[in-house]
Design a binder for this molecule. Sequence first.
Ligand SMILES: Cc1ncc(C[n+]2csc(CCOP(=O)(O)OP(=O)(O)O)c2C)c(N)n1
Ligand SMILES: [Mg+2]
Length: 322
Amino acid sequence: MHLKREKALWVYERMVLIRKFEDKVHDLFSAGKIPGFVHLYAGEEAVAVGVCAHFRTDDFLTSTHRGHGHCIAKGVEVRGMMAELFGKATGSCKGKGGSMHIADVEKGMLGANGIVGGGAPLACGAALTARVKKTDQVTACFFGDGGASQGTFHEALNLASIWKLPVIFVCENNLYAEASPVKYTLNVENVADRAAGYGVPGVIADGMSFFDVYEKAGEAVRRARAGEGPTLIEAKTYRFYGHFEGDPVNYRPKDEEQAYRKRDPITDFKQKVLAKKLLKADDLEKIEKETQAEVDAALEFAESSPFPKLEEILTDVYVNYP
Ligand SMILES: Cc1ncc(C[n+]2csc(CCOP(=O)(O)OP(=O)(O)O)c2C)c(N)n1
Ligand SMILES: [Mg+2]
C-alpha cells in the first residue's frame, strides 16, 4: 500500500517515540521512580501506528492496560503521559489515573483500561454516538489475546455486527496473557477465526510489519466509514518486555524472545522505506534525535511538576463529586 512521504515521516516518528518512551519508562521503573503498575508496548508499535495512520483526530480509540502506544499513536502528548505516570498534577489525568487510565478525549483517546475486555463495550458506545450524530467517525478497539476470551468482547462484536457499527476490533495477539500462552487459552488457531461466528470479516495481519497492518486496517477503516460495519483484525505481535515491569518472565523461551527482537517492527519499517527511497537516512536520524529530546523533555517536565493538592484528592475522581 502506497505511503506518502509526509505520512511515512509521521509513522516513523510515532513508532520511534513509542519505543523511546517505553525504553525510558522501563529504566525509570527499574530505578524505583514510578509508582504503581506499568505494562510496556515496545515491540507492538506497528499495530497501533498502522491503525491510527488511517485516523483523524476526531476518530475514537479504546485501549487496554498496555496503553501507552495507543495514546502516542492517537497523538496524546508524551509530557502529560510521563507526568501522569509520576502521579503529577500536570499529567493527562491530573496525576490521578496513572498508566492504566490515561485518557485524552480531545484527541479521541477514550482511555487505557485496567479491566481486560473493558474497552469493547465502550467502543460500541462511541461508534453508536457517531451513528446517531450521523458523523463518519470510526472507533478502534484494541485488546489482547487474553481479552479475546472475555464475554465483553463477544457481546460487543455481536452488537457491532447486528447494528453495523463503525468499529475496528484490533486483537493484539502477543502470544501470552500474563503468563498463559495462547495455545492454552484458545481452542481455535486464530482469534480472527472467531469473526465468522458474528458474520464479520476476520483478517490476520503481521503485527511486526507496519505495512501489513496499514493495508489491512485501511480496508477495515474504509468499510467502517462507509457504513458497512465492523471488522476483526488479529495482529500477530510480540511484547519485548515482560507482562508488567518487574515480571521475571520465566514462562517464555529466550530464543523466542530473540527471534522476535530480530523482527523489530521499527527496523523493518526503516529498511523498507530506505529500500523504496521513500525516506532518507538523514530523515530517520533527525527523527531519532527529536523523539529522544521529546522524551527527555517529558521526563524533566514530569519530575519538576508538583503533585496534586491534598484538598483536590477527590475532584475529577467521580463525575458528580461536588
Ligand atoms: C477482568 C480482568 N481480569 C483479569 C485481569 C488481570 N489481568 C491484567 S492483564 C491480564 C492479561 C491480559 O492479556 P492480554 O489480553 O493478552 O493482553 P497483553 O497483556 O498480552 O497485552 C490479566 C489477566 C484484569 N485486569 N481484568
Ligand atoms: Mg496477550
